[in-house]
Design a protein around this ligand. Sequence first.
Ligand SMILES: Nc1nc2c(ncn2[C@@H]2O[C@H](COP(=O)(O)OP(=O)(O)OP(=O)(O)O)[C@@H](O)[C@H]2O)c(=O)[nH]1
Ligand SMILES: [Mg+2]
Length: 346
Amino acid sequence: MKFVDEAIVKVQAGNGGRGCVSFRREKFVPFGGPDGGDGGNGGSVILRALEGINTLADFRNQRTYKARNGESGSGNGCTGRSGEDLIVSVPVGTTVRDLETGEELGDLRVAGQELAVSAGGKGGFGNTRFKSSTNRAPRQYGSGLPGEKRQLAMELKVMADVGLLGLPNAGKSTLIRAVSAARPRVADYPFTTLHPNLGVVYVGDHRSFVMADIPGLIEGAAEGAGLGIRFLKHLQRTRVLLHLVDIAPLDPDADPVKDARAIVKELKAFGQGLADKPRWLVLNKSDLLTQDEAEERAADIARRLRFKGQRFLISGVTGAGTKELCEAVMRLLEETERARREAEEA
Ligand SMILES: Nc1nc2c(ncn2[C@@H]2O[C@H](COP(=O)(O)OP(=O)(O)OP(=O)(O)O)[C@@H](O)[C@H]2O)c(=O)[nH]1
Ligand SMILES: [Mg+2]
């Protein structure tokens, strides 16, 4: 299915049902008094995060989601049936704003999480409710309140723990294929990947994390070069970025150091704190050189970049070094999680 990460939809809750005007009619009771029931409440529209959907493609065609109206009240004090709520499934990671006011209504980060986006109208009172000592045969009733209507701007930022970053052909998709069941296309031309892919990486028993592979970045992406930087938002929720660098580019004029700097520049241009996120250097395609050459080249690149963080030498094709990389990611995530929990308890 096509990948869509932004959508606008209309939602409309159900109207409240009309209250009823009715009087009791019984044999031998001449003035039976009012017995009109209230109208039922209108249904609300509720968004629910569902695992397994990874795109907002279903919402592309400006659809309106309408919950049922409440039914009118009836005689004999019967309240009208309430309109059912309408549950709309959205991908986990969807942020919802009111299109008109820009107000953020919620961020659905966890499967099963719900967000009421438009409230059903309350049902109107039946004439029974208007009875008083001075008005024993009221003909008033409430007509029921209209359901809320609004337009929603939905934005999906995928939920991943770690994000892959790098030039086209750096080997991002090859890596995610090597360590997870995700199967994005791999090819020796730039921009093979056109949208984010997620893969679950299992590290031993019951330990796993989610990796996001996004389209490659090139210099000037912030100004729209290549596929631009719009996919970077999918790295915003990650804990660590893996910056993949091809240590043996085919192009003899290519300089991995210059290319790595260009990527950092685009990260900064994107803003939103992405450049401040932990970023590890992952030097890829070690299989194209001898072990010694590869290690020397890796150290040289890190030195010229003045890169102080963690660095790894891997081959997505042979799998060399990928286990160590994934274990390090897992440890980092577990440590961050532990620190977060401790901070919460303190
Ligand atoms: N020898 C070798 N080739 C690799 C390695 N990793 C990737 N490649 C090759 O490099 C090319 C690009 O790989 P991809 O995984 O498609 O690269 P990408 O970073 O996902 O590229 P885009 O999706 O275009 O951004 C393919 O021909 C891969 O076979 C590696 O570790 N060793
Ligand atoms: Mg790719």
